[in-house]
Design a protein around this ligand. Structure first.
Ligand SMILES: *Cc1c(COP(=O)(O)O)cnc(C)c1O
Length: 385
């Protein structure tokens, strides 16, 4: 085929890719900042950011440069050898999180797997407690702590059943603890579940319960990390430290990467866990590039400021079926009293990419570089829809 067109791409996909995804009918080709373009050059304001991944914006020069220059030196060597760039990233993450050590992997689900294995090997106990509406990933371990029955049902037996308690209910959490409990795993703000922010004091109470019972607290910050909520990590809003923290999504500025950090005294021993690609030089360079971009562009401050602006605009807008706006920074959920599918479609046809996490919630996770003008346009399109 000589000329690129949407139909030929979609047909090829339909013929050769496992049809697991409900894709939007556009083929994207390039991006810059908070904008992406399709193969015909049509421009969209991106309120999805690859699902909370492109926090520094598409093709940020810092990330592009970091990947390019690392790619010319060394792309991969395995963890049989040291690389400076991996050590540098670990040092940077430990500084940013106040934790002691990092382990690197390649995705969010793998970070959750690593956290679960680390909790088991640290405590000698086997079970977990997770929250209703949680999302932690699709591998067998991470799926076991993921709430949605449609994700779980076809894959039983899982690692554990009867594991979920209502989110935001500390008593329910305390009551679920048994002598087998190794850890509680929780998203400090729930993402896929529809952007749910916990009440004041809830996470502090969960921390206290963990300390009282001698069990570990795992924060899954895969979606909330790297400035998404206006702080480096969402935990920083609550003034507390988990024992283990999972990260991925925005970590590599768009390059696939995941990891965990753990506090003093909690670490895998020799041979207890491994990943061939984990902490690979290219990924680590991308992550360091992305972290410097967040610092240099002052994206934490910007996300906080425009996040408040965005939520305020949504609350004041004339949106039919409006129910509620929830969020922190640029992790925002708009709950409606109607199905979102038509809005997502209308917005796409009018140059705005949106994503709904459940039938009635539109989840906004734009690149943190999004401007107020772009936000104005997004809200205008939603009003029209
Ligand atoms: C996306 C997500 C995951 C899974 O990440 P993958 O990279 O898709 O495996 C885990 N936890 C949370 C909170 C997420 O948002």
């Amino acid at each position: 085929m000589s000329s690129i067109n949407y139909e030929s791409i979609a047909q090829k996909d339909a013929a050769h890719v496992m049809q697991t995804y409900g894709r939007q009918p556009i083929a994207l080709a390039s991006g810059k900042g908070a904008l992406v373009r399709d193969i015909y050059g049509v421009e969209y304001i991106d309120c999805v950011a690859g699902i909370a991944v492109n926090n520094v914006g598409h093709c940020h020069p810092r990330v592009v440069e970091a990947i390019k220059s690392q790619a010319e030196k060394l792309i991969h060597v395995s963890n049989l050898y040291y690389t400076e760039v991996q050590a540098n990233l670990a040092e940077e993450l430990v500084k940013l999180t106040g934790m002691e050590r990092a382990f690197f992997c390649n995705s969010g689900a793998e970070a959750v797997e690593a956290a679960m294995k680390l909790a088991r090997v640290t405590t000698g106990k086997t079970e977990f407690i997770a929250a209703e509406r949680s999302f932690h990933g699709r591998t067998m371990g991470s799926l076991s702590v993921t709430y949605k029955e449609i994700y779980r049902a076809p894959f039983r037996p899982l690692v554990q059943e009867e594991i979920f308690v209502p989110y935001d209910d500390a008593n329910a959490m305390a009551e679920a603890i048994t002598e087998k409990t190794a850890a509680i795993i929780i998203e400090p703000i729930q993402g896929e579940g529809g952007v749910h922010v916990p009440s004041d004091g809830y996470l502090q109470e969960v921390r206290r319960i963990c300390d009282e019972h001698g069990i570990l607290l795992i924060f899954d910050e895969v979606q909330t990390g790297f400035g998404r909520t206006g702080k480096w990590f969402c935990k920083d809003h609550f003034g507390l430290q988990p024992d283990i923290m999972c990260m991925a999504k925005a970590m590599g500025g768009g390059f696939p990467m995941g990891g965990i950090v753990a506090r003093k005294g909690i670490a895998f021993g020799k041979g207890q866990h491994a990943s061939t690609f984990g902490g690979n030089p290219l990924a680590c360079a991308a992550a360091l590039g992305s972290i410097s971009a967040i610092k240099e562009d002052k994206l934490l401050e910007h996300a906080t400021e425009v996040g408040i602006y965005f939520m305020d605009k949504l609350r004041k807008a004339n949106i039919s079926g409006f129910k509620e706006v929830r969020g922190r920074g640029l992790m925002i959920g708009l709950e409606l009293e109607r199905n979102c599918t038509e809005i997502v479609e209308y917005a796409r046809k009018n140059g705005v990419l949106l994503n709904s996490t459940s039938e009635t919630v539109i989840r906004f996770a734009p690149p943190l570089v999004i401007t107020k003008d772009q936000i104005d346009r997004v809200v205008e399109v939603i009003e029209q829809a």
